[in-house]
Ligand binder design. Structure first.
Ligand code: FE2
Length: 483
Protein backbone atom coordinates (compact mmCIF):
# COMPACT_ATOMS: atom_id res chain seq x y z
CA UNK A 1 0.00 0.00 0.00
CA UNK A 2 1.50 3.33 -1.01
CA UNK A 3 1.22 6.43 1.16
CA UNK A 4 -0.12 9.60 -0.56
CA UNK A 5 3.49 10.90 -0.67
CA UNK A 6 4.75 7.70 -2.22
CA UNK A 7 1.91 7.79 -4.79
CA UNK A 8 2.73 11.36 -5.86
CA UNK A 9 6.42 10.52 -5.78
CA UNK A 10 6.12 7.42 -7.92
CA UNK A 11 3.91 9.28 -10.42
CA UNK A 12 6.62 11.96 -10.65
CA UNK A 13 9.20 9.24 -11.09
CA UNK A 14 7.13 7.57 -13.79
CA UNK A 15 6.67 10.86 -15.61
CA UNK A 16 10.39 11.54 -15.62
CA UNK A 17 11.19 8.03 -16.78
CA UNK A 18 8.57 8.22 -19.56
CA UNK A 19 9.69 11.67 -20.67
CA UNK A 20 13.39 10.93 -20.49
CA UNK A 21 13.90 7.30 -21.40
CA UNK A 22 17.51 6.15 -21.35
CA UNK A 23 18.77 9.71 -21.13
CA UNK A 24 22.05 10.21 -19.31
CA UNK A 25 21.47 13.30 -17.19
CA UNK A 26 24.02 16.06 -17.06
CA UNK A 27 25.03 16.15 -13.41
CA UNK A 28 23.61 19.15 -11.56
CA UNK A 29 26.33 21.45 -10.25
CA UNK A 30 26.87 23.03 -6.86
CA UNK A 31 26.31 26.80 -6.84
CA UNK A 32 29.84 28.10 -6.00
CA UNK A 33 28.49 31.26 -4.35
CA UNK A 34 26.33 29.42 -1.86
CA UNK A 35 27.64 27.80 1.36
CA UNK A 36 26.67 24.12 1.53
CA UNK A 37 24.42 23.31 4.45
CA UNK A 38 23.32 19.71 3.90
CA UNK A 39 25.60 16.95 2.69
CA UNK A 40 24.33 13.39 2.59
CA UNK A 41 26.64 10.41 2.33
CA UNK A 42 26.49 6.64 2.50
CA UNK A 43 27.66 3.38 1.01
CA UNK A 44 26.68 -0.17 0.13
CA UNK A 45 23.75 -0.54 -2.25
CA UNK A 46 22.72 -3.78 -3.94
CA UNK A 47 21.17 -2.69 -7.22
CA UNK A 48 18.97 -5.81 -7.24
CA UNK A 49 17.16 -4.89 -4.03
CA UNK A 50 14.67 -2.10 -3.30
CA UNK A 51 16.26 0.98 -1.77
CA UNK A 52 13.79 3.20 0.14
CA UNK A 53 16.75 5.40 1.13
CA UNK A 54 16.72 7.08 -2.32
CA UNK A 55 13.28 8.56 -1.58
CA UNK A 56 14.27 9.54 1.97
CA UNK A 57 17.42 11.26 0.72
CA UNK A 58 15.50 13.13 -2.00
CA UNK A 59 13.21 14.50 0.73
CA UNK A 60 16.27 15.85 2.56
CA UNK A 61 17.04 18.00 -0.49
CA UNK A 62 20.79 17.78 0.08
CA UNK A 63 23.23 20.20 -1.55
CA UNK A 64 25.54 17.31 -2.29
CA UNK A 65 25.43 13.51 -2.14
CA UNK A 66 28.61 11.52 -1.52
CA UNK A 67 28.94 7.85 -2.44
CA UNK A 68 31.71 6.26 -0.40
CA UNK A 69 31.74 2.98 -2.27
CA UNK A 70 29.94 -0.27 -2.93
CA UNK A 71 27.43 1.86 -4.83
CA UNK A 72 26.76 -1.27 -6.86
CA UNK A 73 27.73 -4.89 -6.25
CA UNK A 74 29.37 -6.44 -9.29
CA UNK A 75 30.62 -9.61 -7.65
CA UNK A 76 27.62 -11.04 -5.82
CA UNK A 77 26.95 -13.84 -8.30
CA UNK A 78 29.93 -16.12 -7.71
CA UNK A 79 29.16 -18.12 -10.86
CA UNK A 80 29.43 -15.06 -13.08
CA UNK A 81 32.89 -13.87 -14.12
CA UNK A 82 33.35 -10.19 -13.32
CA UNK A 83 34.12 -8.24 -16.50
CA UNK A 84 34.14 -4.52 -17.32
CA UNK A 85 30.83 -5.04 -19.13
CA UNK A 86 29.33 -6.65 -16.05
CA UNK A 87 30.43 -3.80 -13.75
CA UNK A 88 28.97 -1.26 -16.19
CA UNK A 89 25.71 -3.19 -16.48
CA UNK A 90 25.20 -2.94 -12.70
CA UNK A 91 25.64 0.83 -12.78
CA UNK A 92 23.26 0.97 -15.77
CA UNK A 93 20.75 -0.99 -13.74
CA UNK A 94 20.99 1.53 -10.91
CA UNK A 95 20.51 4.34 -13.41
CA UNK A 96 17.19 2.86 -14.52
CA UNK A 97 15.62 3.01 -11.04
CA UNK A 98 13.09 5.86 -11.05
CA UNK A 99 13.92 7.07 -7.52
CA UNK A 100 17.63 7.03 -8.22
CA UNK A 101 17.09 8.79 -11.54
CA UNK A 102 15.34 11.63 -9.76
CA UNK A 103 18.19 11.93 -7.28
CA UNK A 104 20.79 11.92 -10.01
CA UNK A 105 19.00 14.59 -12.01
CA UNK A 106 18.48 16.91 -9.05
CA UNK A 107 21.36 16.46 -6.59
CA UNK A 108 25.08 17.00 -7.33
CA UNK A 109 27.03 13.81 -6.61
CA UNK A 110 30.61 12.74 -6.00
CA UNK A 111 31.60 9.12 -5.71
CA UNK A 112 34.44 6.68 -5.30
CA UNK A 113 34.38 2.92 -5.45
CA UNK A 114 35.12 0.57 -2.58
CA UNK A 115 35.64 -3.12 -3.29
CA UNK A 116 32.37 -4.45 -4.76
CA UNK A 117 32.09 -1.68 -7.35
CA UNK A 118 35.83 -2.07 -7.98
CA UNK A 119 34.75 -5.58 -9.01
CA UNK A 120 36.31 -7.74 -6.30
CA UNK A 121 35.61 -8.28 -2.62
CA UNK A 122 38.52 -6.70 -0.67
CA UNK A 123 40.16 -6.00 -4.06
CA UNK A 124 43.55 -4.30 -4.27
CA UNK A 125 46.30 -3.08 -6.61
CA UNK A 126 46.51 -6.51 -8.23
CA UNK A 127 42.94 -6.34 -9.60
CA UNK A 128 43.25 -6.46 -13.41
CA UNK A 129 40.04 -4.45 -14.01
CA UNK A 130 41.08 -1.48 -11.86
CA UNK A 131 41.43 0.90 -14.84
CA UNK A 132 38.08 -0.27 -16.20
CA UNK A 133 36.48 0.23 -12.79
CA UNK A 134 37.86 3.78 -12.72
CA UNK A 135 36.58 4.66 -16.20
CA UNK A 136 33.14 3.15 -15.58
CA UNK A 137 32.77 5.07 -12.33
CA UNK A 138 33.78 8.38 -13.95
CA UNK A 139 31.34 7.74 -16.81
CA UNK A 140 28.59 6.97 -14.30
CA UNK A 141 29.11 10.35 -12.61
CA UNK A 142 29.36 12.11 -16.01
CA UNK A 143 32.85 13.38 -15.27
CA UNK A 144 33.99 15.47 -18.26
CA UNK A 145 36.42 13.79 -20.66
CA UNK A 146 39.07 16.48 -20.08
CA UNK A 147 38.93 16.20 -16.27
CA UNK A 148 42.25 15.39 -14.50
CA UNK A 149 40.30 12.59 -12.82
CA UNK A 150 40.46 10.78 -16.17
CA UNK A 151 44.26 10.83 -16.39
CA UNK A 152 45.35 9.92 -12.86
CA UNK A 153 45.65 6.43 -11.48
CA UNK A 154 42.65 6.07 -9.21
CA UNK A 155 39.42 7.94 -8.58
CA UNK A 156 40.64 10.21 -5.76
CA UNK A 157 39.30 13.71 -6.02
CA UNK A 158 38.79 16.90 -4.00
CA UNK A 159 36.58 19.97 -4.31
CA UNK A 160 36.21 23.12 -2.22
CA UNK A 161 32.66 24.46 -2.13
CA UNK A 162 31.35 27.78 -0.81
CA UNK A 163 32.72 31.33 -0.36
CA UNK A 164 35.65 32.20 1.97
CA UNK A 165 34.53 31.85 5.59
CA UNK A 166 32.03 29.12 4.68
CA UNK A 167 34.15 26.71 2.68
CA UNK A 168 33.72 22.96 2.79
CA UNK A 169 36.39 20.82 1.26
CA UNK A 170 35.37 17.33 0.23
CA UNK A 171 38.28 14.93 -0.18
CA UNK A 172 37.43 11.55 -1.69
CA UNK A 173 40.21 9.01 -1.18
CA UNK A 174 40.77 5.97 -3.38
CA UNK A 175 41.79 3.17 -1.01
CA UNK A 176 41.62 0.43 -3.64
CA UNK A 177 43.62 1.27 -6.75
CA UNK A 178 46.98 1.38 -4.91
CA UNK A 179 46.12 -0.86 -1.96
CA UNK A 180 48.95 -3.24 -1.27
CA UNK A 181 49.98 -5.21 1.77
CA UNK A 182 46.69 -6.03 3.50
CA UNK A 183 47.26 -9.47 5.03
CA UNK A 184 44.98 -11.96 6.69
CA UNK A 185 45.67 -14.40 9.50
CA UNK A 186 43.93 -17.73 10.12
CA UNK A 187 40.18 -18.29 10.28
CA UNK A 188 38.95 -17.33 13.75
CA UNK A 189 35.72 -19.11 14.77
CA UNK A 190 35.11 -16.52 17.52
CA UNK A 191 34.62 -13.74 14.98
CA UNK A 192 33.52 -16.14 12.23
CA UNK A 193 35.91 -14.62 9.73
CA UNK A 194 39.54 -14.63 8.68
CA UNK A 195 40.78 -11.50 10.41
CA UNK A 196 43.18 -9.00 8.96
CA UNK A 197 46.40 -8.75 10.90
CA UNK A 198 48.42 -5.56 11.21
CA UNK A 199 51.08 -5.11 8.55
CA UNK A 200 53.76 -2.55 9.32
CA UNK A 201 55.92 -3.32 6.29
CA UNK A 202 57.35 -0.19 4.70
CA UNK A 203 55.81 -0.83 1.29
CA UNK A 204 52.32 -1.60 2.63
CA UNK A 205 50.07 1.23 1.46
CA UNK A 206 46.49 2.33 1.07
CA UNK A 207 47.02 5.36 -1.12
CA UNK A 208 50.31 4.97 -3.01
CA UNK A 209 52.94 7.72 -3.37
CA UNK A 210 51.14 9.92 -5.89
CA UNK A 211 47.91 10.02 -3.92
CA UNK A 212 49.79 10.77 -0.69
CA UNK A 213 51.56 13.71 -2.37
CA UNK A 214 48.26 14.91 -3.83
CA UNK A 215 46.57 14.66 -0.43
CA UNK A 216 49.22 16.87 1.18
CA UNK A 217 48.55 19.56 -1.44
CA UNK A 218 44.78 19.30 -0.84
CA UNK A 219 45.10 19.60 2.93
CA UNK A 220 46.93 22.90 2.49
CA UNK A 221 44.02 24.44 0.56
CA UNK A 222 42.06 26.89 2.72
CA UNK A 223 38.74 25.53 4.02
CA UNK A 224 36.78 25.87 7.24
CA UNK A 225 35.45 22.28 7.24
CA UNK A 226 36.94 19.26 5.49
CA UNK A 227 35.09 16.01 4.90
CA UNK A 228 37.77 13.38 4.46
CA UNK A 229 35.97 10.46 2.80
CA UNK A 230 37.38 6.94 3.02
CA UNK A 231 35.65 3.76 1.85
CA UNK A 232 36.83 1.94 4.96
CA UNK A 233 36.95 3.13 8.57
CA UNK A 234 39.89 5.21 9.78
CA UNK A 235 39.35 5.29 13.55
CA UNK A 236 37.75 1.97 14.44
CA UNK A 237 40.54 -0.48 15.23
CA UNK A 238 39.14 -3.42 17.17
CA UNK A 239 37.15 -5.36 14.56
CA UNK A 240 38.77 -7.96 12.29
CA UNK A 241 37.64 -6.52 8.93
CA UNK A 242 39.10 -3.94 6.54
CA UNK A 243 40.18 -0.73 8.29
CA UNK A 244 43.09 1.72 8.19
CA UNK A 245 44.53 0.17 11.34
CA UNK A 246 45.37 -2.97 9.35
CA UNK A 247 48.37 -0.93 8.25
CA UNK A 248 49.26 0.97 11.41
CA UNK A 249 52.06 2.95 9.75
CA UNK A 250 49.70 4.20 7.04
CA UNK A 251 47.19 5.37 9.62
CA UNK A 252 49.94 7.02 11.66
CA UNK A 253 51.13 8.69 8.45
CA UNK A 254 47.64 10.02 7.77
CA UNK A 255 47.36 11.46 11.29
CA UNK A 256 50.83 12.97 11.05
CA UNK A 257 50.02 14.54 7.68
CA UNK A 258 46.82 16.03 9.11
CA UNK A 259 48.86 17.46 12.02
CA UNK A 260 51.80 18.66 9.93
CA UNK A 261 49.61 20.44 7.37
CA UNK A 262 47.64 22.00 10.27
CA UNK A 263 44.47 21.12 8.39
CA UNK A 264 41.53 22.47 10.32
CA UNK A 265 37.95 21.20 10.40
CA UNK A 266 38.72 17.58 9.44
CA UNK A 267 35.85 15.11 9.87
CA UNK A 268 36.24 11.59 8.48
CA UNK A 269 33.31 9.97 6.67
CA UNK A 270 33.47 6.24 6.00
CA UNK A 271 31.38 3.24 4.94
CA UNK A 272 31.71 -0.46 4.14
CA UNK A 273 30.67 -2.00 7.48
CA UNK A 274 26.92 -2.72 7.03
CA UNK A 275 26.24 -0.69 10.16
CA UNK A 276 26.34 2.97 11.15
CA UNK A 277 28.36 4.47 13.96
CA UNK A 278 30.15 7.57 15.15
CA UNK A 279 33.68 7.30 16.52
CA UNK A 280 35.97 9.92 18.03
CA UNK A 281 39.61 10.03 19.07
CA UNK A 282 41.43 12.63 21.13
CA UNK A 283 44.79 11.05 20.39
CA UNK A 284 45.03 11.37 16.62
CA UNK A 285 45.23 15.15 16.17
CA UNK A 286 45.51 18.17 18.41
CA UNK A 287 41.72 18.41 18.22
CA UNK A 288 39.01 15.72 18.37
CA UNK A 289 38.91 13.59 15.22
CA UNK A 290 35.50 12.18 14.34
CA UNK A 291 34.82 9.28 11.96
CA UNK A 292 31.16 8.93 10.98
CA UNK A 293 30.39 5.62 9.29
CA UNK A 294 27.26 5.01 7.24
CA UNK A 295 26.58 1.64 5.59
CA UNK A 296 24.45 0.62 3.88
CA UNK A 297 21.83 2.36 1.80
CA UNK A 298 20.15 -1.04 1.50
CA UNK A 299 22.82 -3.49 2.64
CA UNK A 300 22.96 -3.00 6.42
CA UNK A 301 22.49 -5.92 8.76
CA UNK A 302 18.68 -6.02 8.99
CA UNK A 303 18.29 -7.15 12.59
CA UNK A 304 20.07 -5.88 15.68
CA UNK A 305 23.47 -7.36 16.31
CA UNK A 306 25.62 -6.79 19.37
CA UNK A 307 27.88 -3.87 18.53
CA UNK A 308 31.39 -5.12 17.93
CA UNK A 309 34.08 -3.65 20.12
CA UNK A 310 35.15 -0.13 19.14
CA UNK A 311 37.17 1.80 21.69
CA UNK A 312 36.42 5.07 19.88
CA UNK A 313 32.64 4.68 19.59
CA UNK A 314 30.42 7.62 20.50
CA UNK A 315 27.17 6.11 19.18
CA UNK A 316 26.16 3.03 17.21
CA UNK A 317 23.33 1.94 14.94
CA UNK A 318 24.15 -1.77 14.62
CA UNK A 319 21.16 -2.66 12.44
CA UNK A 320 19.00 -1.28 9.66
CA UNK A 321 19.65 0.61 6.44
CA UNK A 322 20.93 4.11 6.88
CA UNK A 323 22.54 7.21 5.44
CA UNK A 324 24.59 9.99 6.99
CA UNK A 325 23.89 13.70 6.99
CA UNK A 326 26.29 16.52 7.81
CA UNK A 327 24.31 19.68 8.43
CA UNK A 328 26.07 23.01 8.89
CA UNK A 329 24.58 26.15 10.35
CA UNK A 330 26.89 28.89 9.11
CA UNK A 331 24.97 31.62 10.94
CA UNK A 332 26.91 31.01 14.17
CA UNK A 333 29.72 33.49 13.49
CA UNK A 334 33.24 32.13 13.54
CA UNK A 335 32.26 28.75 14.94
CA UNK A 336 29.53 27.22 12.76
CA UNK A 337 27.38 24.46 14.22
CA UNK A 338 28.14 21.11 12.60
CA UNK A 339 25.52 18.45 13.13
CA UNK A 340 26.67 14.88 12.50
CA UNK A 341 23.62 12.72 11.89
CA UNK A 342 22.73 9.15 11.06
CA UNK A 343 19.27 8.49 9.60
CA UNK A 344 17.36 5.32 8.84
CA UNK A 345 16.13 4.70 5.30
CA UNK A 346 12.80 6.27 6.20
CA UNK A 347 14.54 9.52 7.05
CA UNK A 348 14.24 9.28 10.84
CA UNK A 349 17.18 10.71 12.79
CA UNK A 350 18.78 7.90 14.81
CA UNK A 351 21.93 9.66 15.97
CA UNK A 352 22.60 13.38 16.19
CA UNK A 353 25.86 14.71 17.57
CA UNK A 354 26.33 18.47 17.32
CA UNK A 355 29.74 20.07 17.52
CA UNK A 356 31.11 23.55 16.87
CA UNK A 357 33.56 23.94 14.00
CA UNK A 358 35.74 25.97 16.39
CA UNK A 359 36.53 22.71 18.22
CA UNK A 360 38.25 21.40 15.12
CA UNK A 361 41.24 23.74 15.03
CA UNK A 362 44.86 22.62 15.46
CA UNK A 363 46.50 23.71 18.66
CA UNK A 364 50.15 24.79 18.45
CA UNK A 365 50.91 23.68 21.99
CA UNK A 366 49.91 20.09 21.60
CA UNK A 367 51.39 19.62 18.14
CA UNK A 368 54.00 16.94 17.59
CA UNK A 369 56.06 15.34 20.33
CA UNK A 370 55.54 12.23 22.34
CA UNK A 371 51.78 12.39 22.59
CA UNK A 372 51.51 11.29 18.98
CA UNK A 373 54.26 8.72 19.10
CA UNK A 374 56.33 10.64 16.56
CA UNK A 375 59.39 9.29 18.38
CA UNK A 376 58.30 5.78 17.53
CA UNK A 377 59.25 6.44 13.93
CA UNK A 378 62.86 6.96 15.02
CA UNK A 379 63.54 3.54 16.48
CA UNK A 380 67.18 2.45 16.35
CA UNK A 381 68.29 0.10 13.61
CA UNK A 382 67.03 -3.45 14.24
CA UNK A 383 64.49 -2.39 16.89
CA UNK A 384 60.81 -2.78 16.03
CA UNK A 385 57.66 -1.22 17.48
CA UNK A 386 55.05 -3.07 19.55
CA UNK A 387 52.66 -2.88 16.60
CA UNK A 388 55.17 -4.61 14.36
CA UNK A 389 55.99 -7.18 17.05
CA UNK A 390 52.32 -8.25 16.95
CA UNK A 391 53.02 -9.70 13.51
CA UNK A 392 56.22 -11.55 14.47
CA UNK A 393 54.96 -14.59 16.37
CA UNK A 394 57.70 -17.23 16.46
CA UNK A 395 60.51 -14.72 15.69
CA UNK A 396 63.35 -13.51 17.91
CA UNK A 397 63.01 -9.72 18.02
CA UNK A 398 64.21 -6.62 19.79
CA UNK A 399 61.25 -4.36 20.34
CA UNK A 400 60.54 -1.11 22.13
CA UNK A 401 57.46 0.62 23.44
CA UNK A 402 56.19 3.06 26.04
CA UNK A 403 54.46 1.17 28.85
CA UNK A 404 50.86 2.41 28.90
CA UNK A 405 49.58 -0.06 31.51
CA UNK A 406 51.19 -2.45 33.97
CA UNK A 407 50.01 -4.81 36.65
CA UNK A 408 51.30 -7.67 38.78
CA UNK A 409 49.64 -10.93 39.77
CA UNK A 410 48.62 -11.22 43.43
CA UNK A 411 51.28 -13.85 44.09
CA UNK A 412 53.89 -11.45 42.70
CA UNK A 413 55.16 -14.04 40.25
CA UNK A 414 54.31 -12.18 37.03
CA UNK A 415 54.54 -8.52 36.12
CA UNK A 416 52.87 -7.40 32.88
CA UNK A 417 54.01 -4.48 30.71
CA UNK A 418 51.41 -3.43 28.11
CA UNK A 419 51.89 -1.24 25.06
CA UNK A 420 48.24 -0.15 25.07
CA UNK A 421 46.23 1.35 27.92
CA UNK A 422 43.65 -1.34 27.16
CA UNK A 423 45.53 -4.59 27.71
CA UNK A 424 42.70 -6.56 26.09
CA UNK A 425 42.80 -4.47 22.90
CA UNK A 426 43.74 -5.94 19.54
CA UNK A 427 46.76 -3.66 19.26
CA UNK A 428 48.18 -4.36 22.70
CA UNK A 429 51.48 -6.16 23.06
CA UNK A 430 52.36 -7.65 26.44
CA UNK A 431 55.77 -8.31 27.92
CA UNK A 432 55.57 -10.73 30.86
CA UNK A 433 58.31 -10.53 33.50
CA UNK A 434 58.56 -13.74 35.47
CA UNK A 435 61.05 -16.08 37.17
CA UNK A 436 64.55 -14.95 38.11
CA UNK A 437 64.08 -11.40 36.85
CA UNK A 438 61.61 -10.77 39.71
CA UNK A 439 63.63 -12.52 42.41
CA UNK A 440 67.20 -11.36 41.82
CA UNK A 441 69.13 -8.55 40.11
CA UNK A 442 68.06 -4.98 39.40
CA UNK A 443 64.34 -5.66 38.85
CA UNK A 444 63.75 -7.83 41.95
CA UNK A 445 61.73 -5.09 43.68
CA UNK A 446 59.98 -3.94 40.52
CA UNK A 447 56.27 -3.22 40.59
CA UNK A 448 53.87 -1.68 38.04
CA UNK A 449 54.92 1.87 39.02
CA UNK A 450 58.54 1.06 38.12
CA UNK A 451 57.67 0.87 34.42
CA UNK A 452 54.49 2.88 33.90
CA UNK A 453 55.16 5.65 31.35
CA UNK A 454 58.74 4.44 30.76
CA UNK A 455 59.99 3.25 27.39
CA UNK A 456 61.32 -0.28 27.53
CA UNK A 457 63.43 -2.24 25.05
CA UNK A 458 62.98 -6.00 25.19
CA UNK A 459 64.75 -8.84 23.44
CA UNK A 460 63.08 -12.22 23.12
CA UNK A 461 60.94 -14.62 21.15
CA UNK A 462 57.37 -13.60 20.36
CA UNK A 463 55.04 -16.34 21.59
CA UNK A 464 51.28 -16.53 21.99
CA UNK A 465 49.15 -16.77 25.11
CA UNK A 466 45.40 -17.18 24.55
CA UNK A 467 45.88 -16.00 20.95
CA UNK A 468 47.63 -12.79 22.06
CA UNK A 469 51.28 -12.17 21.12
CA UNK A 470 53.67 -11.68 24.03
CA UNK A 471 57.32 -11.95 25.06
CA UNK A 472 58.16 -13.71 28.30
CA UNK A 473 61.24 -12.27 30.00
CA UNK A 474 63.12 -13.90 32.88
CA UNK A 475 66.65 -12.68 32.24
CA UNK A 476 67.43 -9.11 33.34
CA UNK A 477 69.87 -8.70 30.45
CA UNK A 478 67.00 -8.82 27.94
CA UNK A 479 65.08 -5.88 29.45
CA UNK A 480 66.25 -2.29 29.40
CA UNK A 481 64.52 0.97 30.32
CA UNK A 482 65.68 3.37 27.60
CA UNK A 483 63.87 6.55 28.64
FE1 FE2 B 1 33.26 -2.67 0.98
Amino acid sequence: MLSPFQRVHSMRSLLLVVLLPGLSFAQPKVDPAKPLTRIVFGSCNDQDKPCPAWDAIAKQKPDLLLFLGDTIYADLDKKQKVTAELIKSKYDQLDTLPAFKILKSTVPMLGVYDDHDFGKNDGDVKWPLKDDAQKILLDFYNVPLDSPRRSRKGVYHAEVYGPPGSRIQVIMLDGRYHLSGAIKGKYDPRVRTTPYIPNSAEDATFLGNDQWAWLEVQLKQPAEIRLLCSGIQVLSEDHPFEKWMNMPNERAKLYKLLRDTKAEGVIVLSGDRHLAELSMSLDALTYPLYDMTSSGFNQATPSWRPPERNRHRVAAVPFGNNYGLVEIDWSRGTSPLVSLQLHDDDGRTLVRHDIRAGMLKPSEQAAGGDKFGDKAAKLPEGVISATEALTKVGDEVTMQFAVKASNKTKDGKRLFLNSDADFKGEQNFTVVLTGAILTEGKWKDADPATFKGKTVRVKGKVSKFQEKPQIVVNDEKTLEVVE
